[in-house]
Design a protein around this ligand. Structure first.
Ligand code: SAM
Ligand code: DTB
Ligand code: SF4
Length: 331
């Protein structure tokens, strides 16, 4: 068993229900998914409560700073130029317009502001503007996150210098299923970007999507890969596919909601110290399903009526849900 002393030090006095490990095998992750639902949720709750206050949820707001026209072919994505989805391509927003949105997000109660761009990778002149956005958003007292596609080492270091807190770059699925979803960049490209972000000292936000027609083994493979990274991502978004007309995955078979909840629970157990984000797909989920995800260890959400291009629950529906469940916003 690999024990990471710094990560475990807070829990050295008998609170630790399991060490933070980086050697999760697929068989072990498979055995989590195979647990009866009550046993899986009990384990996820036990881990969650040892590492977090189970009534606290981290609240992030998302903004698309550069929409559509992307050269990549990610089969789930409404922003790929290869599919006719009705998303209008727009240029990179100007800094002041982004800061106006960030102020509104802060006033509405978000603690982190995540900016997404539909790029394969950023150009250097784009990074100048993105760095100015990061500096401005930080100055408002918000945590910053960006997702801009692939990054080399120097680009990651520039973002770190601008004060970036988190970089989002998802593995999306298992290494085996990945080629069915994206052909314009490899799984290894993604792992390289994640290493560049980690080495630059930026917190990593990395997860994937459930409901793309993947098998149970693929969901196991995705969690095992994330949990075997040398350091776990500090934030793990678990997205439920938002099916968008015009993308190849529109009409992908329906997902058993309990398999989504199982994936959240497995992420919680395998990456105990990470924030697990109940990410895209909440607009299509019942309040009861979201509550099950929180019980399974999800403790972060995107808040505000829009994700990047698709709808998210209205702020008042989320505030009501948090109130009904006795959940509080994490400072
Ligand atoms: N272009 C950058 C990239 O791909 O890294 C950043 C933005 S991209 C939209 C960020 C992530 O959003 C994707 O990796 C994917 O996990 C998620 N995503 C995109 N479209 C989605 C959809 N229709 N349903 C669920 N998640 C989606
Ligand atoms: C993540 O894992 N999910 C977010 C964020 N990271 C950038 C994006 C979800 C996008 C859903 C489809 C859309 O709104 O375009
Ligand atoms: Fe482009 Fe990102 Fe969408 Fe892929 S997920 S098509 S890289 S915007």
């Amino acid at each position: 068993m690999t024990v990471e002393t710094a990560e475990n030090s807070r829990f050295s006095s008998g609170m630790l229900p399991g060490a933070v490990r980086h050697d999760w095998t697929r068989a072990e992750v498979a055995s989590l998914f195979a647990l009866p639902f009550p046993d899986l949720l009990y384990r996820a709750q036990t881990v969650h409560r040892a590492f977090f206050d189970p009534c606290e949820v981290q609240v992030s707001t998302l903004l698309s700073i550069k929409t559509g026209g992307c050269p990549e072919d990610c089969a789930y994505c409404p922003q790929s130029a290869k599919y006719n989805t009705g998303v209008k391509a727009e240029k990179l927003m100007n800094v002041e317009a982004v800061l106006t949105e960030a102020r509104a997000a802060k006033a509405a109660g978000a603690s982190r502001f995540c900016m997404g761009a539909a790029w394969r990778e950023p150009k250097d002149r784009d990074l100048d503007k993105v760095c100015a956005m990061i500096e401005g958003v930080r100055a408002l007292g918000l945590e910053t996150c960006v997702t801009l596609g692939m990054l080399d080492r120097a680009q990651a270091q520039r973002l770190k210098q601008a004060g970036l807190d988190y970089y989002n770059h998802n593995l999306d699925t298992s290494p085996e299923f990945y080629g069915n979803i994206i052909t314009t960049r490899t799984y290894q490209d993604r792992l390289d970007t994640l290493a560049n972000v980690r080495d630059a000292g930026i917190h990593v936000c990395c997860g994937g999507i459930v409901g793309m027609g993947e098998s149970a083994d693929d969901r196991i493979g995705m969690i095992a890969t994330l949990a075997s990274l040398p350091v776990h991502p500090e934030s793990v978004p678990i997205n439920m596919l938002v099916q968008v007309e015009g993308t190849p995955l529109a009409g992908a078979g329906t997902l058993d909601p309990f398999d989504f909840v199982r994936t959240v629970a497995a992420a919680r157990i395998a990456m105990p110290r990470s924030l697990v984000r109940l990410s895209a797909g909440r607009e299509e989920m019942s309040d009861e399903m979201q509550a099950l995800c929180f019980l399974a260890g999800a403790n972060s959400i995107f808040y505000g009526p829009k994700l990047l291009t698709t709808p998210n629950p209205a702020a008042d529906r989320d505030l009501q849900l948090m109130e009904r469940l006795g959940l509080r916003s994490m400072e």
